[in-house]
Design a protein. Structure first.
Lengths: 110, 113
């Protein structure tokens, strides 16, 4: 599994865009990048997954540059309810175990 | 049904007690997982079941005993736990071992006294 590094915490205000960058220098050719969101006392929730370039869904966008050594999760126009821990994981096609790093605590203020 | 249901939501048990945690999903997923999460720490994998067979045991102490009676149900039997085993226990499922879109339950908050 790719070792990932992300900021410990980020602060934002309602209505702003939040961008969380994750570094994964040793990502393998077959690894995907997957992001999960976790609220206090709840299980993590799958947000988005990508391999390269840009992926967008109703919740977020994921940008992965050509070298795939980093990725950026973009949360548009955040609200107070987006306050959570966000985990970046490298997941390989032959290694399905989810190993969570420390994650990024995003705090959205009014 | 797109949920993983865990019961109970909260459990307090003594160190000599025997209790069980239950996890259920009806999404047709054939891989199920137990994770343990301590406060302000990321979830840690404990066990993986694939097609009702134990696939991975991450060197978990024997006082934790998993069981998968059928493809929809996963149990975690607890016996002679220690206070340091107090944590949030999360169950998750995925279509197979080789898919990444896990669905997690809300967890059981376990306190060992």
């Amino acid at each position: 599994l790719a070792k990932t590094t992300q900021p410990i915490s980020m602060d934002s205000y309602e209505g702003q865009e939040v961008n969380i960058t994750c570094s994964h220098n040793n990502i393998a050719t077959n690894d995907y990048i997957t992001w999960y969101q976790q609220f206090p006392s709840q299980g993590p929730r799958f947000i988005i997954q990508g391999y390269k370039t840009k992926v967008t869904n109703e919740v977020a966008s994921l940008f992965i540059p050509a070298d795939r050594k980093s990725s950026t999760l973009s949360l548009p126009r955040v609200s107070l309810s987006d306050t959570a821990v966000y985990y970046c994981l490298g997941t390989g096609s032959n290694d399905y175990k989810l190993s969570f790093g420390a994650g990024t605590t995003v705090t959205v203020r009014a | 049904d797109t949920e993983v249901t865990q019961t109970p939501k909260h459990l307090v048990m003594g160190m000599t007690n025997k209790k069980s945690l239950k996890c259920e999903q009806h999404m047709g997923h054939r891989a199920m997982y137990w994770y343990k999460q301590k406060a302000k720490k990321p979830p840690e994998l404990m066990f993986v079941y694939s097609y009702e067979k134990l696939s991975i045991n991450e060197s978990v102490p024997s006082r934790f005993s998993p069981e998968c009676p059928n493809s929809s149900l996963l149990n975690l039997h607890l016996h002679a736990l220690q206070p340091e085993d107090s944590a949030l226990y999360l169950c998750a499922s995925s279509q197979t071992e080789l898919t990444y879109g896990y669905t997690f339950g809300s967890g059981t908050r376990l306190t060992v006294v």
